[in-house]
Design a protein. Structure first.
Length: 163
C-alpha cells in the first residue's frame, strides 16, 4: 500500500520535495458532471442565459482554475502548464430524476517533476461551478457529480486509467 507523502516524520503537513525527480511529460484528464433541468440546458443551448455564453465562460474559467490550483490546494506545487483543454458533452435526454446533464472533461499537460492531476480536477470543478453561477437565476437546483480523475500518464507511478 502506498504511503501518504504529504506528512513529515512528525505527522505534520509538508510539501513534497520533487527536486530530485526526473522531468517527464505528464498528462491528466478529469471530469465533472453538472445535473440541471431540461429547460436550463435548452436555454444554454439557445444562448438564452442572461449572463452570456455559459459554456464559453465556463471553458475560460476552467483554464483559469487549472492555473490557480497551487493557490487553492495547499500542498500543490506551482507548475508550468503547457496546455489545458476543456470540453463539454451535453445529454439532452432527461434521466430518471428528470434532469439533463453536461459532462465537463478537462485535460492538463506539463513537462516537469510532478503531475497535473489536481490541475485537471480543479479545471473541471471550476468549470462546473461557473455553469452553476451563470445559470442559478433559472435553476438553483443544479448539482454536481462524478468529479474524478479519468486518466493520467507520466512520472514514476506511470499510467492510470479509471475503470
Amino acid at each position: 500500500m502506498a504511503e501518504f507523502t504529504h506528512f513529515n516524520e512528525s505527522g505534520r503537513a509538508r510539501m513534497v520535495d520533487v527536486g530530485a525527480k526526473a522531468s517527464t511529460e505528464r498528462l491528466a484528464t478529469a471530469q465533472a458532471i453538472v445535473f440541471l433541468q431540461p429547460d436550463t440546458l435548452a436555454k444554454i443551448q439557445c444562448g438564452k442565459i442572461a449572463k452570456g455564453d455559459v459554456l464559453a465562460v465556463a471553458q475560460v474559467a476552467g483554464i483559469m482554475g487549472a492555473k490557480k490550483t497551487p493557490d487553492l490546494i495547499p500542498m500543490c506545487h506551482p507548475i508550468l502548464l503547457t496546455s489545458v483543454d476543456i470540453s463539454f458533452q451535453e445529454a439532452s435526454q432527461p434521466d430518471r430524476e428528470g434532469r439533463c446533464s453536461i459532462t465537463i472533461t478537462a485535460t492538463a499537460k506539463t513537462t516537469g517533476p510532478t503531475g497535473v492531476e489536481m490541475e485537471a480536477m480543479t479545471a473541471a470543478s471550476v468549470a462546473a461551478l461557473t455553469i452553476y453561477d451563470m445559470c442559478k437565476a433559472v435553476d438553483r437546483g443544479m448539482s454536481f457529480g462524478d468529479i474524478c480523475l479519468l486518466s493520467k500518464s507520466g512520472g514514476k507511478s506511470g499510467t492510470y486509467a479509471r475503470k
